[in-house]
Design a protein around this ligand. Structure first.
Ligand SMILES: [Zn+2]
Length: 108
């Protein structure tokens, strides 16, 4: 993962996410206006059809992170994104990780 997670997470907050189905989400990019389709996988990971997602099937891009935040909001939780486990653990919150990106969530 060679992207700046902080920038990704900032960007992901302003992407517009709509639920397209139980497992599918449409994400309108805040930068390009392109619409990407993000699919929830049974593993708890997400797949995005952007260029990054094509290279890293279960990787995290700003679109999958936007969807994770959207899903967290639906259950009244707020998701934070970290690029290393030390920062994530410091939150002492429920934590998950995928491909070098760490997530913590707390009640909104
Ligand atoms: Zn993407």
């Amino acid at each position: 993962m060679n992207r700046n997670t902080k920038i990704m997470s900032k960007k992901s907050c302003i992407h517009q996410v709509t639920r397209a189905g139980e497992w599918d989400f449409d994400v309108v990019s805040s930068t390009s206006g392109n619409v990407y389709n993000v699919t929830a996988l049974k593993s708890g990971q997400y797949h995005c059809n952007c260029e990054w997602g094509k290279r890293y099937y279960r990787g995290e891009c700003s679109h999958t992170i936007a969807v994770r935040q959207f899903v967290a909001n639906e259950s009244d939780r707020k998701l934070s994104v970290w690029c290393n486990p030390v920062d994530a653990k410091r939150q002492k919150r429920q934590m998950s990780a995928n491909q070098g990106v760490y997530f913590t969530s707390r009640p909104a």
